[in-house]
Write a protein that binds this ligand. Structure first.
Ligand SMILES: [Zn+2]
Length: 94
């Protein structure tokens, strides 16, 4: 009885550790590169509005699709520029 309870406890602890490591990995992972898989729903690139083909990139945080790494990079650069201009505007107000 005690061994069974202890085994169950270890299983619960292991499951908890696995969930935590998956959560950390998701936080660190910025995008998923998909090769050779066509989406069921017709989707379009968030940056250039071209239809998504068999190879694409999906941003984990926003779940947006990009047709390739160039569009994803362009999106990241434009987001950084937007944040920089916002920071400058806030700094000018103070
Ligand atoms: Zn694109």
């Amino acid at each position: 009885m005690a061994a069974s309870t202890s085994g169950r406890h270890l299983t619960t602890v292991a499951a908890s550790i696995t969930r935590q490591s998956l959560r950390i990995r998701r936080r660190l992972m910025r995008f998923i590169l998909v090769n050779g898989r066509t989406r069921r729903q017709r989707s379009f690139c968030a940056m250039c509005d071209q239809p998504i083909g068999e190879n694409y990139l999906r941003e984990v945080g926003t779940r947006l699709f990009y047709c390739d790494a160039d569009c994803f990079t362009e999106h990241c650069e434009s987001a950084i520029q937007l944040l920089e201009s916002h920071a400058r505007a806030v700094a000018n107000l103070t």
